[in-house]
Design a protein around this ligand. Structure first.
Ligand SMILES: [Zn+2]
Length: 486
């Protein structure tokens, strides 16, 4: 239907549409009434401050959207079937979240209200890939996509009983040569089915040897796809050296996820290593989320050896299902039971250094389950705009928008041509757009109540369709498309 309206906007001028859209013919003696009335665009965002991180453009424009595409950027008034007054608001490319574990309708709603138009699960990834995409086509509020995931493939082959992350088979023992072949075959199939690169969380598969990991980099390199990796636990320098070396010798591009929580106090050193790798010609990128606490599964390898720690270690843990801080007793009980745990382990200073560093993209690492989780699942992008841009002035608005839209699009576009038309506000780009009030935009999700929509995001369009309008989530619209590698 949208295509029809786009091709034949004059059709709309007849009939009773005027009252519903508020668009009325204006007197112009040179045109017939029907021609005067014809809106040229499906949607017009009037008079907003447009930011385009690719060209650096920052100025007031009218944005005309035809079908799923940005068709005009103009100083002159534009006529739209639907017109929105964006005076005083900022119009930017919709945000692209490279690290969104939450891939359910509940999570997509939080994403949309945080200004996100594309939410991708690239760290853990999925397996099998084809079925995962099929389950979301036509049912998703925002665009979605996933990498071909080492963790889920290894869990399936090694009969692990964990959930998102391993807790026994894939965590506790090395894989046999036969198992490695089966894991690689599953990962290759995922790449053939359009998986957006390869996902790896080596810290969660500590028994995966350096050889197993390097072989997978070679596989990703054969497909010219990036590896998205949560590096090994332990020594930050050695863990980062492992994946940078694997990228160098295999030729696979590398994206190191959440440098803030992977490197904590060594974040500046880790960023320096990534800068150095890039200066030597390697394709290495990274990301961060704007919180001092992390979250992962308590039964995972991330908490191996914790039983030997002192009481202050347990007190740094928060159980989001109940809001309680942990003790040795409750830690041991919940580790047997399983579930997500939040860990306060970083400083404001390190988070600010990561979020404001020119190389670092913004990505949430978020997941909300039945209203419980870490606030990053709902608030990451509004928090960067409200806390780090407006209140702390740690980076400019344009830089924050670039880190949240253009940079993630560029990370993906060599394998996914769809991404060349996202992350930009220009004629011909996809109409994935966020419109927010820079003076009020802010996250509302907290560690006590993670399931709260961000405020100040007024309009969000996915593929030319409003998913947020007047600050409210729209019901029963599912314009989200699957983003695949080709
Ligand atoms: Zn991670």
């Amino acid at each position: 239907m949208r295509f029809l309206l786009w091709l034949f906007p004059a059709l709309l001028s007849a009939g009773s549409d005027w009252g519903q859209t508020g668009v009325r013919p204006q007197s112009d003696p040179g045109l017939t009434p029907v021609m005067q009335a014809a809106p040229a665009y499906d949607v017009v965002l009037r008079n907003g401050r447009v930011l385009d991180p690719e060209s650096g453009f920052d100025g007031v424009r009218n944005v005309g959207i035809a079908g799923r595409t940005i068709a005009a950027l103009s100083n002159a008034p534009l006529r739209g079937r639907v017109e929105v007054d964006a005076t005083g608001l900022v119009v930017t490319p919709g945000f692209i979240d490279l690290h969104s574990h939450g891939q359910t309708p509940e999570n997509y709603r939080f994403k949309a209200m945080d200004g996100v138009t594309t939410a991708l699960e690239l760290e853990v990834g999925v397996s099998p890939v084809g079925e995962w995409y099929a389950a979301r086509e036509g049912r998703s509020v925002v665009n979605f996509g996933a990498s071909s995931g080492h963790i889920p493939a290894r869990m399936a082959v090694m009969k692990d009983t964990g959930g998102l992350l391993p807790r026994d088979g894939a965590m506790n023992r090395p894989s046999t040569p036969e198992e490695q072949q089966t894991i690689e075959a599953a990962l290759q199939q995922g790449l053939e089915q359009g998986g957006l690169g390869m996902g790896m969380g080596i810290t969660y598969t500590p028994t995966a040897t350096p050889d197993e990991i390097l072989n997978l980099f070679y596989l990703a390199a054969r497909f010219k796809r990036p590896v998205f990796v949560h590096m090994r636990g332990g020594n930050v320098v050695a863990s980062l050296q492992e994946v940078i070396t694997d990228a160098a010798v295999s030729g696979a591009p590398l994206h190191v996820v959440h440098i803030n929580s992977a490197a904590t106090a060594k974040t500046p050193l880790a960023l320096r290593m990534i800068e150095g790798a890039r200066a030597r010609g390697l394709d290495v990128t990274t990301e961060a989320y704007p919180y001092t606490a992390s979250m992962t599964e308590i039964a995972s390898a991330a908490y191996d050896g914790w039983e030997r720690r002192g009481p202050e270690a347990f007190a740094s843990l928060l159980w989001p299902a109940t809001g309680e801080r942990l003790t040795r007793e409750s830690f041991e009980r919940y580790r047997k039971q399983g579930g997500f745990v939040i860990q306060f382990g970083n400083t404001d200073e390190m988070v600010r250094a990561a979020v404001s560093h020119p190389l670092v993209m913004i990505a949430s690492d978020g997941i909300v389950e039945n209203g419980k989780g870490h606030p990053r699942g709902a608030g990451t992008f509004a928090r960067v705009l409200g806390q780090y841009v407006r209140e702390q002035k740690a980076l400019s608005l344009m830089d924050a928008v670039r880190k949240s839209s253009l940079m993630p699009a560029q990370r993906l576009e060599s394998m996914s041509p769809q991404m060349r038309q996202k992350g930009r506000i220009k004629v011909g780009a996809d109409a994935d757009i966020s419109v927010f009030d820079a003076a009020t935009v802010i996250d509302k999700a907290t560690f006590e109540n993670a399931a709260q929509y961000s405020e100040g995001v007024r309009y969000v369009l996915v593929d030319g369709v409003f998913v947020v309008r007047d600050g409210k989530l729209q019901e029963a619209v599912f314009p989200g498309q699957g983003i695949r590698a080709k």
